[in-house]
Design a protein around this ligand. Structure first.
Ligand SMILES: *[C@@H]1O[C@H](CO)[C@@H](O)[C@H](O)[C@H]1NC(C)=O
Ligand SMILES: *[C@@H]1O[C@H](CO)[C@@H](O)[C@H](O)[C@H]1NC(C)=O
Length: 315
């Protein structure tokens, strides 16, 4: 069925469209794909100094004796924030926190997101906060550029782990940690890749229609009954020694998923005893399974491959 949808979707690729507030409000039913062309105004926030909120490494709580099954292992997150904005998100009326993982040198990507769907002012009356999660490049010049950019926009959070594709899950865990510590009142949290488009108005409308009491919720494009790709040439190839099980848990594809505000803390704490696996979306699925929470599938979360209906939330 997924395949069928994907095939169908290939004929329905999202068309480019202008992303202007007013226009958006009127044509919110159109799917939008634009990361570069729009240049409407954005807020320059500058409250955070680059070294605020440096914290202590996290250590596993006293569970040294717990049984060590595949999923119950110590997986401490011993990293500290080297760029932080501890007060950027503390207000109680944050409706949506958007966390966008980007590489340290991804300035163009970040700028495109700031100017389009990551614009915190794009939905009048709705408090949105956008932060970009990065790891460490190990390159002094890249770091300096990142700090300069952060001084200007005040929206970059960084931990001191090496920023590599295999560390993508560390970046997700870092985002969960940040959300639970520094944005605990956010009603919803969206994790979205910088290379997709989020139709923020459609998404906010959808979230506003959820019951006010929505908790333990994670929604996205959910893959179920997926087996790890075992052929070396396959995309997302995973050898057996890295993921011994024959089946992935149900998981929301990593390009975009949104969760209720209680989830970051639950997921972060669960990650500390869940064996590391570098496919971050599968990893989050594993944590969800441990928590006994099933991710919810919604066909309007899609990307270039899983294209969907015209009034998508992401594409
Ligand atoms: C930990 O395990 C040891 C040996 O099995 C046992 O003697 C001890 O009481 C356990 N400690 C806790 C806190 O469960
Ligand atoms: C992930 O980050 C850690 C901490 O910086 C580093 O030691 C490790 O080499 C990185 N792992 C990979 C696979 O890149």
């Amino acid at each position: 069925m997924t395949q069928k949808l994907a095939d169908m979707g290939k004929q329905l690729q999202c068309a480019p469209m202008v992303v202007v507030l007013v226009v958006c409000a009127l044509v919110a039913s159109l799917c939008v794909f634009s990361t570069q062309q729009q240049r409407y105004s954005y807020l320059i926030t500058s409250e955070g100094g680059s070294l605020q909120g440096i914290d202590r490494p996290d250590v596993l709580p006293a569970t040294a004796n717990m049984s060590r099954s595949e999923h119950e292992v110590a997986n401490p997150h011993p990293f500290v924030f080297t760029l932080n904005h501890p007060v950027r998100c503390v207000s109680s009326d944050v409706f949506l926190l958007i966390i966008v993982p980007t590489p340290p040198e991804g300035q163009a990507q970040r700028q495109a997101v700031r100017q389009t769907w990551g614009d915190e002012t794009s939905v009048p009356g709705v408090v949105i906060r956008t932060v970009f999660a990065v790891g460490d490049s190990g390159d002094v010049k890249v770091q300096q550029a990142l700090e300069d950019e952060n001084k200007l926009f005040g929206d970059i959070i960084q931990e001191n782990f090496a920023d590599t594709p295999r560390n993508a899950t560390l970046k997700t865990v870092m985002g969960l940690k940040w959300a639970s510590r520094f944005c605990p009142n956010a009603k919803y949290v969206l994790k979205a890749s910088p290379d997709i488009f989020v139709n923020i108005l459609n998404l906010v409308n959808y979230l506003e229609e959820l019951p006010a009491s929505a908790t333990k919720l994670l929604v996205g494009w959910v893959n179920t009954d997926e087996k790890p790709a075992r052929e070396p040439l396959q995309q997302r190839y995973v050898p057996k020694d890295e993921y011994p099980r024959d089946m992935y848990p149900p998981y929301a594809r990593g390009f975009a998923y949104v969760m209720s505000g209680d989830m970051p803390k639950l997921l972060y704490e669960t990650s500390l005893t869940t064996k590391y696996f570098y496919l971050e979306d599968v990893y989050v699925g594993t944590c969800l399974k441990k928590l006994g929470i099933a991710p919810k599938h919604h066909g309007k979360f899609c990307d270039g491959f899983y294209s969907c209906t015209l009034d998508c939330y992401t594409c």
